[in-house]
Design a protein around this ligand. Structure first.
Ligand code: ACO
Length: 150
């Protein structure tokens, strides 16, 4: 980890910090403390399968003292292909503006990727063109095209 910072799973006490950090990514909208806590509770309890004791959601924060400097998620999808293989998805990566450019994004992606590759045959993510170079520096390469239907 970058000196002066630490990383851990998201906890219920991170309500304000996580929502604030996510503003660097997109509009969060109105999320109450109760909704946040219920979501964290869900993340802490849903397992990938009834077999191995593996959680599906891996939400993390990077802290600077008590302050949330960055947040991001890796979640695990259970598939039938590749002999019921697992795929890790990296989502909702955000470094607070005044902490950007300090290698925190890379440290977060490295942590989530290592976690994913312990269990999954691949880890994937979608991003804007403007972030391709950042993810390439984190070891990712272009594969396919993202499409969406809203
Ligand atoms: N374009 C080109 N290079 C970049 C970019 C970029 N957009 N962002 C970072 N880099 C480079 C840095 O210069 C650095 O290079 P170096 O090691 O050669 O010096 C390297 O990538 C690592 O950069 P970090 O300091 O770790 O980047 P940072 O902590 O600022 O995090 C991030 C990057 C996550 C993109 C941050 O700027 C951010 O939160 N942006 C707004 C939200 C966002 O776009 N999130 C990603 C959405 S995609 C998803 O969630 C799957």
């Amino acid at each position: 980890m970058v000196p002066g910072y630490s990383i851990r799973r998201v906890e219920k006490q991170d309500y304000e910090g996580v929502l604030q950090a996510l503003n660097a990514l997109t509009t969060v909208g109105s999320v109450s403390k109760a909704q946040f806590e219920e979501t964290v509770n869900h993340w802490n309890n849903v397992k990938v399968s009834s077999g191995p004791d593996l959680l599906q959601y891996h939400p993390y924060v990077i802290l600077h003292g008590e302050e949330v400097a960055a947040t991001g998620m890796m979640f695990i999808e259970r598939k039938l292909i590749h002999e019921c293989g697992l795929v890790g998805h990296i989502e909702d990566i955000a470094v607070s503006p005044h902490h950007q450019g300090k290698q925190l994004g890379r440290a977060l992606i490295d942590h989530l990727t290592d976690l994913g590759l312990k269990h999954c045959y691949k880890v994937i993510l979608d991003c804007d063109d403007s972030n391709v170079k950042f993810y390439e520096k984190c070891g990712y390469s272009r594969a396919g095209v993202e499409m969406q239907h809203r």
